[in-house]
Design a protein around this ligand. Structure first.
Ligand code: ADP
Ligand code: MG
Length: 534
């Protein structure tokens, strides 16, 4: 009855830019376009001007756009996994990246590959992937392989166990298979690709993974690591091989003594770059990189077009973290790199349950026995800080009847390989190790990591506990903490809080856990710190 309601007013939401919830957006958009036209018509009538042709055209465009606008509809749109590659929208790709926790930094980034079939790998390589039993690419492989195939420089940040090796091996083999085969003419010029890794064990593993795929292509792989005859290694390189996998110290030795040259090497991988820097290999790594032809470096100016026919040096760098020294290396040797980050860099995986137990040094031995007894047949790595401790702990466990072996820097290469092999094949189920085994070494199915000694810094802690909870499995990490470890109390407490793990009351209450050592709680960011946007 009220006149107010006889002529209800439809509010125009910001001239068509806003929407009402719960109504068809297309209808709303059409209505907005119509209202705008009505308004203009009315204005023209009043002013007595004619409609201009461009206005008519613009109006038409708008109406068409309204029809197309936001054709996405929650109710009818399918998940990206049900779509063909051509059907993928920008939004689907965003969800895809979120689903796999992939983030990028850089320009002109190619799409990740959703599956092996959609990759641009040759059918030969795809067959070898199938033979390896890799049903689906891992996230770092999805992101990094398309980049590598375009010869882009890549910085990959991903946890250990995420399949980084295969992510650089496949593009590397693709690159090599396009080059003329090694023959008497060119084998004296050295390998086509070099992979550097911090430790012998790691180099060994990379070799195994590379051979898996290279074998079928007839590509030869030689590893150049300490502890074996350098003359023989030099001989094997000169016999002709496409790929060299090396520790930086031994490789620079080989180069300086003229056992090897890198005159035609244009594909370089630095695996676990942060670890190589930690171990003091920066000068050797730079020495090796400087021994390669620099004429093939990509232009410094990133806008410059690359010549498709030319061969450029491609550099891949993997690292769990990006300390300033690694940044420095990247700035000097990588050109317009794409930074690929999987998950949160440096974060211990959520699949690991972390326990920290406060105790006295004298209680450790007894507590370890108890833990291992409870673990039964499961595999465990016990980390200690010194070789002496490793031998002592192993001896005690051996006396108690555990199947135990050791891995530390004091053992010969051969002994280390025997230990590792015995542990992999489960002849031993307990491995007592120093940090030689802390990084990169792939030992499947470790159910339990025990820090008999807490390491001196939180990064090493992260890497050690990363030996468990790999490839989607869950794991347990137990750490024996004493008051002597107070330098890391602060970081450890933060770590446990972040992972929703219980903080033992003695640690929570301890003065040293309340402030960062050095007395400055939470220092402000410095220029050289790298912060990755996700
Ligand atoms: P990272 O270098 O990231 O620590 P690795 O390259 O050593 O990881 O790979 C860890 C393990 O996962 C290896 O045993 C490897 O054979 C396996 N792996 C790698 N990629 C795949 C895949 N796509 N599917 C199944 N297993 C894989
Ligand atoms: Mg690795």
């Amino acid at each position: 009855m009220n006149v107010l309601y006889q002529n209800p007013h439809e509010a125009q939401l910001l001239f068509g830019r806003g929407f009402r919830a719960g109504m068809d957006r297309r209808e709303q958009k059409k209505l907005a376009a119509k209202n705008e036209k009505d308004m203009r018509d009315e204005f023209r009538k009043k002013e007595g001007v004619d409609e201009k042709p461009e206005e008519v055209a613009a109006q038409k465009l708008k109406e068409e756009a309204a029809d197309l606008y936001d054709t996405f509809d929650m109710r009818v749109d399918r998940h990206w996994s049900e779509k063909k590659l051509e059907e993928m929208t920008e939004r689907d790709w965003r969800i895809f990246r979120e689903d796999y926790n992939i983030s990028y930094k850089g320009s002109k980034i190619p799409r990740p590959m959703r599956s092996w079939e959609e990759s641009k790998l040759t059918s030969e390589l795809l067959k070898s992937v199938e033979r390896a039993g890799y049903k689906k690419p891992s996230p770092i492989q999805m992101a990094a392989i398309p980049l590598g195939l375009q010869q882009r420089d890549v910085i990959g940040i991903a946890e250990t166990g995420s399949g980084k090796t295969c992510a650089f091996v496949l593009p590397m083999l693709t690159y090599i298979s396009r080059l003329p085969p090694m023959s008497e003419e060119n084998e004296a010029e050295g390998p086509y690709a070099v992979v550097m890794a911090p430790t012998r064990e790691l180099a060994q593993q990379i070799e195994d993974e590379t051979v898996k795929f290279a074998h079928y292509l007839g590509i030869k792989v030689v590893s150049i690591v300490g502890g074996q005859s350098i003359e023989e290694q030099g001989f094997r390189i000169r016999q002709g091989c496409e790929v060299v996998i090396a520790t930086p110290g031994r490789l620079i030795d080989c180069l300086e003594r003229r056992y090897a040259v890198l005159n035609q090497c244009n594909y370089v991988v630095l695996d676990e770059a942060d670890r190589m820097i930690d171990m003091g290999f920066e000068p050797q790594v730079m020495g090796v990189l400087d021994a390669m032809p620099s004429s093939n470096l990509k232009p410094e100016n990133e806008d410059e077009e690359l010549d498709e026919k030319k061969i450029y040096r491609t550099t891949y760098m993997f690292s769990a973290t990006m300390p300033p020294a690694v940044e420095r290396l990247a700035r000097k040797y990588l050109r317009n790199p794409v930074v690929v980050t999987i998950g949160t860099a440096g974060k211990a995986t959520d699949l690991i349950t972390q326990h920290v137990i406060m105790m006295k040094e004298s209680e450790k031995s007894y507590r370890l026995n108890r833990l291992l007894e409870e673990a039964g047949d499961k595999t465990a790595i016990v980390f200690v800080n010194t070789k002496k401790n490793a031998d002592m702990v192993a001896k005690n466990l051996d006396k108690l009847g555990f199947r135990v072996t050791t891995l530390h820097g004091g053992k010969s290469q051969e002994q280390r390989e025997i230990s590792l092999e015995g542990f992999r094949t489960k002849r031993y189920n307990v491995l007592v190790a120093t940090d030689v085994a802390g990084r990169g070494i792939d030992i499947p199915d470790v159910a339990h990591v025990i820090n008999y000694d807490m390491p001196g810094n939180i990064e090493m802690y992260t890497h050690r506990i990363g030996r468990t909870g790999r490839a989607g499995k869950t794991g347990v990490a137990t750490t024996f903490l004493t008051h002597g470890d107070s330098d890391v109390f602060y970081d450890l407490k933060q770590m446990l809080i972040q992972n929703n793990s219980p903080v033992p009351p003695e640690l929570a209450k301890h003065e040293a856990s309340k402030f960062k050592p050095g007395g400055i709680p939470d220092r402000p960011p410095r220029r050289n710190d790298t912060v990755f946007a996700h």
